[in-house]
Design a protein around this ligand. Structure first.
Ligand SMILES: O=P(O)(O)OC[C@H]1O[C@H](OP(=O)(O)OP(=O)(O)O)[C@H](O)[C@@H]1O
Ligand SMILES: O=c1cc[nH]c(=O)[nH]1
Ligand SMILES: [Mg+2]
Length: 221
């Protein structure tokens, strides 16, 4: 089992391309369009690591030259579950990698005062039991949203659950592991801490607002 900053089952994907793209996303002058493009690009690289252990089987194929036994993905199907809104920034890249995947959506927002997740949508495929279920949300801050989303997919029958994030806070990563020790987390970076508003430091601000351009973070103090 991997471990980062003392948190078991947490993997940082330290590839230079991932770290370079994350640095560009953190910069406050990065435009909404670039932020969106970078998140999509990074999702491919993170998912490549997260899905490294997908089972394969050998099948007989014919190339123009010879017959051979060649590897292909075996029966285990994948479901991506986006935690709205910001999870949608990771979703399209993942579907480019695994076009046959099913897709679920969980709508959660953090109450601005309590910082607790508030549910407004849950639409999941019927048959999660035999699927690899990958929850996606760029930000794991207090992990309240992630913990609740995993609870919801487990309640719907998911057994092989994984979590894909971009940036995590150590406080949130520890809380997540305490709640769901069986669920591996892959992220580009474990950051330093949370601030008084429960934002990740140094982080990148509010991922949903930056992805969709709903608030001009450059004017925030
Ligand atoms: O770990 P937590 O403390 O729960 O915080 C992380 C959550 O906050 C953000 O969503 P937000 O509530 O801003 O919703 P949005 O994606 O619609 O902007 C983020 O995308 C996570 O879902
Ligand atoms: O740093 C944070 C914390 C919660 N949600 C975000 O989008 N960013
Ligand atoms: Mg937000």
């Amino acid at each position: 089992m991997s471990e980062t900053a003392g948190v078991p089952n947490f993997t940082e994907v330290l590839h230079p391309l991932v770290q370079h793209k994350l640095t560009r996303m953190r910069m406050k002058d990065t435009s909404t369009a670039s932020f969106r493009d970078l998140l999509r690009e990074i999702s491919l690289l993170l998912a490549y690591e997260l899905l490294r252990d997908l089972p394969i089987e050998e099948v007989e194929i014919e190339t123009p030259v010879a017959t051979m036994m060649a590897p292909k993905l075996s029966g285990k199907k994948v479901c991506f579950v986006s935690i709205l809104r910001a999870g949608d920034g990771l979703l399209q890249g993942l579907l480019d990698l695994v076009p046959s995947a099913r897709v679920g959506h969980i709508g959660l927002f953090r109450d601005p005062v309590t910082k607790l997740p508030v549910e407004y949508l849950c639409k999941l495929p019927d048959d999660l039991t035999d699927r690899v279920t990958v929850l996606v949300d760029p930000m794991l801050a207090t992990a309240g949203s992630a913990i609740e989303a995993v609870r919801m997919v487990k309640e719907a029958g998911a057994q092989d659950v994984r979590f894909l994030a971009l940036v995590a806070a150590p406080e949130g990563a520890r809380a997540f592991h305490a709640a769901h020790p069986d669920v591996p987390v892959f992220a580009a970076k474990m950051d330093a801490c949370l601030d008084a508003r429960k934002y990740i430091v140094p982080g990148l601000g509010d991922a949903g607002d930056r992805l969709f351009g709903t608030k001009d973070h450059r004017s925030e103090d």
